[in-house]
Design a protein around this ligand. Structure first.
Ligand SMILES: [Zn+2]
Length: 382
């Protein structure tokens, strides 16, 4: 079977001095998968000034300064990862300017990801630092879910402090950076209270952006109540295929509250992470038709060195689960009305004016480290 590996990012291709060709770069003969524009066929893709300038059946190489033979490669719009942790630093703690976040550019572009959303690493107290040091300096387009906790994802007691979960400063900061802050995040809360989620939704309502929730570890709260009472349509439940301890599975079957929530318009995000993707949950979910709305990595120091690796590895797992390639790619493209991935700005479009990424096919065996996997296509890997 085929495999795709990151091959090229068409982000910035310097033109040769004196070149008279209309395009800087031509990707010739690749298989373009672009759900937004309804393309699933072999096409030529021309790039000018770092943007997709033309997609057509035949663009002559004479029209480009440089041509790359993309035959046998998949060419897709730049992928979007809506759950990463990129607020790394020396002065903070955990994911909030501490050692657990990663430099985004070092891990995104090489796996076809051109846009990310940081999932709550910063809160309103340290967002300015995150923006100045990292968001504004990254080649990857970095957006952010702002943590309802003022100090963000600082770990330990920082994330349990209800007094630092304030609606107004959080909403104010989101409104101040409308095209960068695309959502509000609540995560890692271990208490029985509902306040973190209620306040996150309150701030999200004021700023008119979605809320993403990692539902913490207190088992007295149910996802049914979260979906029915707290969440609005468009809000995001991340770690969708975790171990079932939050109620994703009941007696080995998918919780009916999830199907009701999907009907309500709640978004289910993978957020793979270091331990938030469990094969048994995924297999049962696919068996019953509980599919994710978005594939995302939960990229951080631990996950990238554990079973997550990178986005193409996650995509491979969904191929192994039986998801068609165009759907795997499609779950990472901006869709019409898809607030989770398009909030605030147009991103990653494959047509004219957007960014592109290409991937190469080759034959690779699926790693044995995919433990407990009832593998359906074990030889397929991206
Ligand atoms: Zn996370």
């Amino acid at each position: 079977m085929k495999c795709a590996v990151v091959f090229l990012l068409a982000l910035s291709v310097p033109r040769l001095a004196g070149a008279q060709t209309p395009y800087d770069l031509l990707l010739k003969g690749g298989h373009v998968i672009d759900g937004r524009n309804g393309i699933d066929a072999v096409r030529d893709v021309a790039i000018k000034d770092g943007k997709i300038a033309a997609v057509a059946a035949n663009i002559p190489p004479t029209q480009a300064t440089k041509t790359i033979d993309a035959a046998g490669l998949y060419v897709t719009p730049g992928l979007i990862d809506i759950h990463v942790h990129g607020y790394h630093g020396e002065k903070g703690t955990a994911y909030a300017g501490g050692p657990l976040g990663v430099p985004i550019d070092a891990f995104s572009l090489r796996s076809c990801v051109t846009t990310v959303a940081d999932a709550g690493s910063s809160g309103w107290r340290n967002f300015d630092d995150f923006k100045a040091r990292i968001i504004d300096k990254s080649k990857t387009r970095v957006t952010a879910f702002l943590n309802i906790v003022g100090y963000g994802m600082g770990g330990g007691t920082v994330e349990q402090n209800l007094a630092d979960m304030e609606v107004k400063p959080t909403a104010d900061m989101a409104l101040k950076h409308k095209r960068v802050i695309v959502g509000i995040k609540s995560a890692h809360f271990n208490g029985p209270e509902w306040a973190p989620y209620e306040r996150a939704v309150e701030a999200g309502t004021i700023a008119n952006i979605p809320v993403m929730v990692d539902f913490g570890s207190a088992r007295v709260r149910t996802i049914k109540e979260l979906f029915e009472r707290v969440f609005r349509p468009g809000d995001i439940y991340t770690h969708a295929y975790a171990g079932g301890g939050r109620g994703e599975l009941i007696d080995g079957k998918v919780n009916p509250a999830i199907f009701a929530a999907q009907k309500k318009g709640i978004v289910f995000d993978i957020g793979h992470g270091g331990g938030s993707f469990v094969w048994q949950t995924a297999v049962q979910a696919f068996k019953e038709g509980y599919y994710p709305d978005s594939l995302s990595s939960d990229l951080h120091v631990t996950s990238m060195n554990a079973g997550m690796k990178d986005m193409t590895n996650i995509m491979s797992k969904f191929l192994a689960l039986g998801m068609p390639l165009k759907d795997v790619v499609g779950d990472m493209e901006p869709g019409e009305g898809d607030q989770a991935r398009t909030a605030g700005q147009p991103v990653g479009r494959g047509a004219c004016g957007g960014r592109g990424a290409a991937a190469r096919e080759r034959e690779v065996r699926f790693p044995r480290s995919a433990r407990r996997a009832p593998r359906r296509h074990p030889e397929t890997r991206l």
